[in-house]
Design a binder for this molecule. Structure first.
Ligand SMILES: [Zn+2]
Ligand SMILES: [Zn+2]
Ligand SMILES: [Zn+2]
Length: 341
């Protein structure tokens, strides 16, 4: 079943003019892509009473109310600790009033002539989207993520802070990826683990290169060859240093002739010699940070898991239409409050 069919939002409209009440109702019926209940009251006092007893998803109110101004109404809402998104309807030329109201906590405003326009519906869906997103994800970023998902079923993260796609906007990949992580926490997207990355423990940079080092002097200049170990004296050296031509091999350390492989000597496939003439069977693996030049082993490195992301069905609806899923936003609300405590 389409999630939108099950959804219903509740809107409170505080307006004393019956014509405006009708216009707004008709407009929402035509243009709002979500089912809704519209409760209309004529005075601020009645509005405040409604808010005390019911939960609304959006409150729309006129600036000129019979019993108080829109500014006073907002202040009353604030006193009651009402967090519901609010839209102020003001007359043309009163934009200064609107700006002041927004400073006091009104979320958006429209001018009266716009109550029948697309502008009101856009404002409502925008505020709904905002209220269903965690505080750390802005609606702009959420919309960009939605457009990427329009064209790609999965968003691939190539490396920390690198997306496979270059979205046509100025939002940095870092911000998009951090938003995806947050959206995964509230199940708007699914996070699919892909691979781990090495992170410098000193500066957190992810641009590191792997070096092979001599265990004794730590230089990286080394050669790898086949070697022989002479059991009689314990000497290990490159095969070329034993060979004296015509199939004869003589140990360069003790001068004895090698006899039978597996009896008095053995072959070692990989043997290393550094430029300082240290021999060793296994070099040390070291990561070198390109940013701070720090050197660290795999054990010392920080590891991070990269994820790819796909979108959940309800997540798609939320991101595309700014639809608030009550259950979901309550969950994210819980998360927010538990983080604070
Ligand atoms: Zn570093
Ligand atoms: Zn060395
Ligand atoms: Zn020897």
């Amino acid at each position: 079943m389409n999630i939108l069919d099950e959804l219903k939002i509740s809107i409170l409209y505080v307006e004393d003019n019956p014509d405006d009440q009708l216009i707004l109702k008709r407009s929402l019926k035509e243009k709002l892509p979500i089912n809704f209940d519209l409760i209309t009251v004529e005075t601020a006092t009645k509005g405040l009473k409604k808010v005390e007893n019911e939960n609304f998803d959006i409150i729309i109110f006129d600036y000129m109310l019979p019993d108080m101004s829109g500014i006073e109404f907002v202040q009353e809402l604030k006193k009651k600790n009402v967090k519901t998104p609010t839209i102020l309807v003001t007359s043309k030329g009163s934009e200064t009033v609107a700006v002041n109201a927004m400073k006091l906590g009104v979320h958006d405003y429209i001018i009266k002539e716009e109550i029948s326009s697309r502008r009101l519906v856009d404002s409502i869906t925008e505020l709904l989207l905002k209220s269903s997103l965690p505080e750390t994800v802005d609606t702009e970023t959420a919309k960009v993520i939605a457009t990427i998902f329009d064209k790609n079923p999965t968003i691939y993260i190539e490396s920390i802070n690198v997306l496979r796609y270059k979205p046509a906007n100025e939002i940095p990949a870092k911000k998009l990826i951090s938003a995806l992580k947050t959206l995964a926490e509230i199940k708007i997207v699914n996070a699919l683990p892909s691979r781990s990355v090495i992170i410098c423990p000193d500066c957190s940079s992810t641009t590191t290169t792997l070096h092979l080092e001599c265990p004794e002097c730590e230089i990286t200049k080394m050669t790898k060859e086949e070697a022989l170990e002479h059991f009689d004296c314990g000497n290990i050296d490159f095969r070329s240093n034993f060979e004296k031509g015509e199939g004869i091999s003589i140990c360069p350390k003790c001068g004895k002739k090698l006899k039978v492989i597996g009896v008095d000597y053995r072959k070692i496939e990989n043997w290393y010699k550094c430029a300082n003439k240290h021999f060793f069977g296994q070099p040390n693996f070291k990561f070198v940070c390109s940013k701070c030049n720090g050197r660290f082993t795999l054990e010392e490195a920080n590891l991070d898991m990269l994820h790819n992301y796909n979108i959940t069905t309800s997540g798609r609806q939320i991101l595309k239409l700014g639809v608030k899923v009550t259950e979901m936003s309550e969950k994210s609300q819980d998360k927010k409050s538990s983080r604070k405590t």
